[in-house]
Every structure is written in structure tokens, then in C-alpha cells.
Write a protein that binds this ligand. Structure first.
Ligand SMILES: [Zn+2]
Length: 155
């Protein structure tokens, strides 16, 4: 694969995809922010991950130094293979934007792929990552679920 291409899977060069958001621009919508956060994980761009955490995200209670150490530890063990954004919706009446996605990855050589329904809300002048709810990846595959509506119908 051409490593000039953005890791998030759009097929575009990094500079024309997630690059500007890693450099501090505000993402225009939740799927774009989600993609840029994935790219930040892949490239070890931890400042972007910290900057885009919502003030009410539970990790914001921890000192930045602790969060950085945690991200650095994970970065050493993780190998990211692919992001697939399945669906998104919002904002709802509470201002929540949601993104359903799956990530193929390995941690210390073992498959650690997962699916997540993330919530984002505006704070500090842009969209921020508020919460992530892990979704049963095998269940998604078996049921053929690819949208948030289908996911909710199976809960
Ligand atoms: Zn990208």
C-alpha cells in the first residue's frame, strides 16, 4: 500500500484527508472526526487524540501525563489494519452525533478487532469524542448488521 495514502481508508492522500485535522483544524462532522482519530492512533499522533476528547469524557479526569503514557504503551503493542465506518446519525435532540464503525487490528500479535458505537458532541469550539460503546463484533457479522437502526433493532 502507498503510505502517502491516509490510513483511514478513503484512498485519498493524508494531506487531503485527515492531515489538516491532525494539525488542529476542526472536523466538519462526526465521521470525519472519527476517521481522523483512527489515523491519529495509527500514526501515534497523541496530541490530536487528547485534543478531541470531550471535557466530559471519563479520561479527562486523568492527568494528561497518564493519558499520554497509556497511549504510548498501546501504540507499541498495536498494529492497525483497517477502519470501516458503517453508519452515522445525529445530531439528536441532545446534540449527540453517533458513528458505528469497526477496526481490524492486532495487539501484541493477537487479533483485537472490535466494533464500536461512538458518540460525539460539540464542546470547546468543535466536535469532541464523548463516549464509546463496544458492540459485539461477531454478532454484527452473524446478523449482517451494518446500520445504527439495525443495531438498535437487535438490542
Ligand atoms: Zn483520512
Amino acid at each position: 500500500m502507498n503510505d502517502r495514502l491516509c490510513p483511514c481508508g478513503t484512498g485519498r492522500p493524508l494531506e487531503a484527508c485527515c492531515g489538516p485535522y491532525l494539525d488542529g483544524a476542526e472536523a466538519p462532522d462526526a465521521p470525519t472526526l472519527m476517521r481522523s482519530r483512527y489515523t491519529a492512533f495509527v500514526r501515534g499522533h497523541h496530541a490530536h487524540l487528547l485534543r478531541t476528547l470531550h471535557p466530559e469524557h471519563e479520561d479527562r479526569r486523568l492527568p494528561t501525563r497518564v493519558l499520554r503514557e497509556r497511549l504510548e504503551k498501546q501504540a507499541k503493542r498495536a498494529r492497525y489494519h483497517r477502519l470501516l465506518v458503517l453508519d452515522h446519525d445525529g445530531p439528536d435532540a441532545q446534540g449527540l452525533h453517533r458513528v458505528l464503525f469497526r477496526v481490524s487490528m492486532k495487539l501484541a500479535g493477537a487479533d483485537a478487532s472490535f466494533a464500536e458505537l461512538s458518540s460525539f458532541a460539540v464542546a470547546e469550539g468543535g466536535l469532541r469524542y464523548l463516549t464509546g460503546e463496544l458492540v459485539d463484533l461477531k454478532g454484527l457479522e452473524q446478523l449482517g448488521v451494518t446500520t445504527i437502526a439495525e443495531l438498535e433493532a437487535h438490542r
